[in-house]
Design a protein around this ligand. Structure first.
Ligand code: AMP
Ligand code: MG
Length: 426
């Protein structure tokens, strides 16, 4: 089966994605991104969720404010509210306005009321003087340093945060605690968000065993399913954990076919290289339109991507660091797109290399790094040490990926390199 993509990226790479026909050369990371962008599934359905369940969900429509925030002009301080008159420093105290309880009636010139923070400013008042900056003399309030008073000070104007009718939050926003607070401040109790993607997850390999069971000779514990479970959960996906697939064509076929009826995306790890036990690709050729991509990056060179039915499928490499790196670079953007998130890009900074680093021309290397900020505010970065794609302690020690681009074979001490700080996921 062959899928002619007919897009610029495929053209640029000189390839048609067919079942495991290797492209004549490796795709650059950029080309792989372009190909994936051209195959983004539509965002998922929309559902309504209670505000307190909306954290990390993606807003499915703009939120236009039905009210002014603040709804009324109010005091920013505990003190005294008056209509400020230049040259006057003595005001007659005529009442009190508390948060939740306004002062009935307008203020006349020369009068003031005691106010607490958040109290509605009485009609006629425009300025608040802090309690510490006045002296009381009977029923009079004496402002101690009137020359320092700025008319309008310590007052929050109605609508100064958000005006009624203004777009307060936009479609495609991933909701963080501050967004939930803002939505609450508009009185919204329910938000429309995109559904969470259901992601079916398999590990593969005869040597791979679940933690909690004893290991026989030549077996290893399943690392990838748990790292991927964590990444997916943090991203807001619903994980359908389907365990470990043996290196057996029939079992893999049945499992993947079944998964494609219940998931919005399928992810496997292992079995996508060219070894004799690497069945994933054979099975996928029968089930769907799948290409095996050689991508010019390390770790994570072999990556299978395609569809089983209409369900996108990622066959990630087997080595645990390669799994995490390829998830972060390639799976994450597609899941975010399916969740409706807009305008997301991985964060990148420049940092000074504190040790020499090696790479190869025409491929991007993602070293695991530790960055820090010196006293001058300059970022520095060093690697975590050994960089094998199986050495998961490199991810554990790291707080960033160091991205050494295609044009560099090495980075000398003192040179600037790009880093991707570990962000929301890692
Ligand atoms: P493969 O591509 O299946 O040949 O796997 C490449 C390497 O990754 C081999 O050393 C595998 O044993 C290892 N590997 C594959 N799957 C896992 C897993 N789920 N957890 C840890 N290591 C794995
Ligand atoms: Mg394997």
């Amino acid at each position: 089966m062959a899928v002619a993509l007919g897009n610029d990226a495929a053209g640029a790479a000189g390839m048609t994605i067919s079942c495991f026909s290797m492209s004549p050369r490796s795709l650059s990371v950029e080309e792989a991104h372009q190909l994936l962008s051209s195959m983004m599934p539509a965002p998922l359905d929309i559902e309504a969720v209670a505000l307190h369940c909306a954290l990390e969900r993606v807003l499915a429509c703009d939120i236009v404010s039905p009210i002014n925030v603040p709804a009324y002009t109010n005091s920013a301080m505990d003190g005294y509210a008056m209509a400020w008159q230049q040259g006057n420093y003595r005001f007659r105290l005529v009442g009190v306005a508390l948060a939740g309880h306004g002062f009935a009636g307008p203020l006349n010139p020369g009068e003031c009321v005691r106010v607490t923070t958040g109290a509605p400013l009485p009609e006629g008042a425009d300025t608040v003087v802090m309690r510490e900056q006045v002296e009381l003399n009977g029923n009079d309030v004496i402002v101690l340093a009137p020359e320092k008073v700025v008319p309008g000070q310590n007052v929050r104007q109605a609508g100064e945060d958000i005006c009624q009718g203004q777009t307060a939050l936009t479609q495609g926003t991933r909701l963080k605690p501050q967004h939930l607070g803002l939505a609450a401040s508009l009185g919204m109790a329910v938000l429309k968000v995109y559904s969470r993607p259901r992601v079916a997850l398999f590990s593969s390999g005869d040597e791979v065993r679940a933690p909690g069971t004893p290991l026989a000779e030549a077996q290893i514990y399943d690392t990838n399913r748990f790292a991927l479970h964590g990444l997916l959960t943090k991203l807001g996906a619903e994980v359908i954990d389907l365990g470990i697939l043996p290196d057996q064509e029939g079992k893999i076929r049945d499992a993947l076919q079944a998964a494609s009826t219940q998931a919005d995306m399928i992810i496997t790890s292992g079995g996508v290289s060219v070894g004799e036990a690497d069945w994933i690709k054979t099975v996928l050729c029968e089930l769907g339109d799948i290409g095996l991509w050689r991508i010019a990056l390390r770790p994570g060179r072999p990556l299978a991507f395609g569809h089983i039915g209409s369900v996108p499928f990622f066959g990630l490499p087997g080595n645990p660091v390669a799994v995490m790196v390829t998830f972060i670079q390639f799976v994450q953007p597609m899941l975010r797109h399916m969740m409706g998130q807009r305008d997301w890009y991985p964060q990148r900074f420049m940092a000074i290399a504190d040790e020499p680093m090696h790479s190869r021309r025409e491929r991007i290397d993602y070293h695991r790094g530790i960055f820090r900020c010196d006293e001058q505010g300059q970022l520095h970065v060093r690697t975590t040490g050994a960089q094998g794609s199986n050495i998961l302690t490199s991810m554990v020690r790291a707080n960033c990926l160091i991205e050494i681009d295609e044009h560099h074979e090495q980075v000398a001490v003192g040179e600037r390199v790009t880093i991707q700080p570990f962000g929301e996921l890692t």
